[in-house]
Design a protein around this ligand. Structure first.
Ligand SMILES: *Cc1c(COP(=O)(O)O)cnc(C)c1O
Length: 345
């Protein structure tokens, strides 16, 4: 049976070319910084996002945690968006491991205003923690892969700098943002001291993320990575796939965006379904508008048609396109959904 997995771009399998490069990769002990393939990946990644240095890490979650730890001291306060991945989906590592107090601000489309930031900043007072870091997320996952308006990012970054804050970008899908806004990725990362991006999502590598920033920052992060047990040895096997992600997979994301748009268009024409947010990149947030039908019902009906999805609320679902989703898959999903909804209502 046909299998179309729309749960996430994390489900992507490594390409044949990646597997071949992994087999051939020269490797060494990366804790000694002697793995030539990891060193090459880190150098290329740093240059690509316009930073001095980079670190290959096991996951986006670890990259963000290392950034939090490396920019701050325990007990300090971090300002972030209330729907951000760091605040919602990273198991509270910001507090449990980094020892920080998060200060969530509710934004619109993943970003709040510089006015909101200024209101949140605390005056000097013996009772208050020190506020030292601002984190933003681009594309913004919970608002459906929306691209942050760069002029608003620049304005917010300036306000944060004036208040003496450091800035970290959770850019898990920053290449999707660059492609969708037709902006070089270095422009999107320029206002930030550090950026994390995932190789293992739309870029299709099997494992890994990159954390990039200044040489000193990366030296600190490297030490914390070791502390957390993330010092890997012959990691060049994995980095080889990451190099292919940078060289090849960053350049084809517009296809995923086009398919997400077509999927949104096709599904919003089905009675009882509504696309919740503007589709900027590879994520479609879908809502059911007829109360008799729940997301769980649709998810299980889809599963019988070989379409794998997940509900994220009673009436809401998230569908993600990626390089293993073809034009034919998208048309099949639209047709199958039409039939399913007809039978159910
Ligand atoms: C996926 C994701 C992460 C975490 O990446 P993992 O590799 O799954 O740990 C962080 N931030 C955002 C916005 C993400 O989408």
């Amino acid at each position: 049976m046909r299998k179309i997995d729309l749960r996430s771009d994390t489900v992507t399998q490594p390409t044949e070319r990646m597997r071949e490069l992994m087999r051939q990769a020269p490797v060494g002990d990366d804790v000694y910084q002697e793995d030539p393939t990891v060193n090459k990946l880190e150098a290329e990644a740093a240059a690509l996002v316009g930073k001095e240095a980079a670190l290959f890490v096991s996951s986006g979650t670890m990259g963000n945690l290392l950034a939090l730890m490396s920019h701050t001291q325990p007990g300090e306060e971090v300002i972030l968006e209330a729907d951000s991945h760091i605040y919602c989906y990273e198991v509270g590592g910001i507090s449990r491991i980094a020892g920080l107090i998060p200060r969530p601000i509710t934004g619109l489309g993943g970003i709040f205003t510089s006015k909101q930031l200024k209101q949140a900043l605390r005056p000097e007072n013996i009772h208050y923690p020190r506020t030292t870091l601002l984190c933003l997320e681009n594309t913004h996952n919970r608002s459906g892969g929306q691209v942050l308006p760069q002029d608003q990012v620049v304005e917010l970054a300036e306000a944060a700098r004036n208040a003496g804050l450091k800035l970290h970008l959770d850019g898990a899908r920053i290449f999707n943002a660059a492609v969708a806004s037709n902006t070089p990725v270095q422009i999107l990362t320029a206002p930030f001291d550090s950026v994390m991006f995932c190789l293992s999502k739309g870029l299709a590598a099997p494992v890994g993320s990159i954390l990039a920033g200044s040489t000193n920052f990366i030296a600190r992060a490297r030490k914390f990575r070791k502390m957390l047990g993330g010092g890997m040895r012959q990691a060049g096997i994995l980095a080889a796939a990451g190099l292919e992600s940078l060289d090849v997979m960053t350049k084809r994301l517009a296809e995923d965006h086009r398919r997400a748009e077509r999927l949104a268009e096709g599904l919003s024409a089905v009675p009882g379904l509504k696309v919740a947010n503007p589709v900027h990149t590879n994520i479609v947030m879908l809502d059911i508008t007829c109360p008799e039908l729940t997301a769980a019902c649709l998810v299980s009906a889809w599963a019988e048609a070989g379409i794998i999805t997940a509900a994220n609320s009673k009436y809401g679902m998230r569908l993600v396109t990626h390089y293993q989703i073809t034009d034919e898959d998208v048309e099949y999903v639209i047709e199958a959904t039409r039939t399913i909804i007809q039978q159910m209502s």
